[in-house]
Write a protein that binds this ligand. Sequence first.
Ligand SMILES: NC(=O)C1=CN([C@@H]2O[C@H](COP(=O)(O)OP(=O)(O)OC[C@H]3O[C@@H](n4cnc5c(N)ncnc54)[C@H](O)[C@@H]3O)[C@@H](O)[C@H]2O)C=CC1
Ligand SMILES: O=C(CO)COP(=O)(O)O
Length: 541
Amino acid sequence: MRGIVPSPLPAAYKRNGKTTPGLLANPFISHFISPSLPNIHHRSPPAISSPNVTNFHTHIHSGSCTFRLPRHKPCQPIRSLSSQPSHRPDFSPPGRPKPTKSATQTRRLKSTNSLTSSLSQKHILNTHYLSRSTKMAGPSDAIRRKHKVTVVGSGNWGTTVAKLVAENTKEHSDIFEEDVQMWVYEENVTIPSDSPHHAAVGDKPQKLTEVINTYHENVKYLPKIPLPSNVVANPSLVDAVKDSSILIFNLPHEFIGNVCKQIKGHILPYARGVSCIKGVTVTEDKVELICEYISESLGIYCGALSGANIANEIANELWCETTIAYNTPLCDRRGENGSNGANGEHHRDARGQISKTELTPVPQDYPPADHNELRKLFDRPYFTVSMVSDVVGVSLAGALKNIVALACGFIEGHGWNMTAKTAVMRRGMLETIQFCQEFFPETIQEMTFWESAGWSDMIVSCTSARNWRYSKMAVERGVSLYEVERTELNGQKLQGISTTKEVMSFLKARGVQDKYPLFKAVEGIVDGTFEVKDIPVLFRQ
Ligand SMILES: NC(=O)C1=CN([C@@H]2O[C@H](COP(=O)(O)OP(=O)(O)OC[C@H]3O[C@@H](n4cnc5c(N)ncnc54)[C@H](O)[C@@H]3O)[C@@H](O)[C@H]2O)C=CC1
Ligand SMILES: O=C(CO)COP(=O)(O)O
């Protein structure tokens, strides 16, 4: 992975007091931020209830690109958020799958001819998987083992996910071992003076793992949130992942390379991964999804979890949605008699190619590792999981929105307001879709941008997440993002800075950076070579 060199910025950060030209003339963006947003339910094929978008145009032009979007149909009224059928073909509903219903779904997907032909083809490809998954049996009598779960990482989001997963392993102790290992990058911490645990040890530095295991609280990265006692903090990475069949990767993306090097050869060959990391890796001139990188470097299958998820809100059990993209490997799909469902076929990777990784199937004496089980592991009353199979869309929407969030922070710090921010969000989403179509055309599914991992995450990240908050602060104070990260974030990381650098170095290597004016502007602002006030000019070009 390429290193990221911190750079000074902020000549460009100064406010200039000018007003913004009206960039927001497009009904597309105003729909997304309008009060009709909660009416968008997108688990069945394109479903938007707002009447003014029923006959939504199918082409959007931006610079040199044309984006195709599906013509939407009005949706059915929602019965229950958690009981909605997914439009995703790889979804196995709770309990034994019902072949008749799935066959209907298959026909419906095949006949969705209002979508673009490439989209239809992808759906048809996936209906193949759907008909396969209809053959799956329920839990086999021969299941004797349970999945052991490890969360690799213990920052703000890592600890929150460990909490919700540990609540579920306790609730589903027939499927999962109750204890959840959480790897902690060990450090000495001082318990804050307003903490009820402070009196016991005073200001004496303590090992973070010991504090977590004694007081069941991550006082540094998730203070004031009680953790279930079955979250076990472990300072040894190798020991934490030992014998775990489900690995949840959740740490700032710049550390994933080193983590994979350390655990390679120390994990179960049939372990399965879920990456909650928002970022990409760039090696030479190749851009890789984090879950792709994990899969290839460890020789396992890894999916991706991403959504409009602010860790502190979820830790406080305030409701939200998330999206998990998991394309259950063929070798893990179980036949009627519990047999391996691969039938000699090879798993395809995130780019639709036959996977270079020779996967070892999850043994039959484990519960399956598929959509059903993953939903049981992650879904909570306050955390609604939507299962999909588009690993590319979920991963890249989660990574690239951090660049857009920086832009929104710059804009607001500069003194512009919501109208300018929504213009930037619209541009950012178009560049995100363009990036996916340009570099991952085989598998990207445009409907993914209607999931929590798509527009919802874009909106929340540009209005209340850390990348937005601290880029705004940097402009207001006239200091660099690195300075703000160092002084204000108490060890937490802003993923947008490194993602901008990585994505731009990849685009430049291919000579296509001018097709991504917003991403380019953000890089220029971070480097101090471009001014916030010039963003509208760049867009006009
Ligand atoms: N915090 C949030 O609200 C959300 C974060 N995410 C994503 O989750 C991922 C993880 O983020 P957070 O848990 O918030 O992390 P964080 O921003 O709290 O990062 C700090 C973590 O990095 C660890 N760390 C520091 N140096 C390290 C090293 N050399 N090697 C390994 N680890 C090291 C620290 O121990 C700590 O656990 C990121 O990709 C982020 O974009 C996704 C959704 C929500
Ligand atoms: O991903 C997030 C919201 O969905 C959190 O983003 P930040 O890292 O900017 O806080």
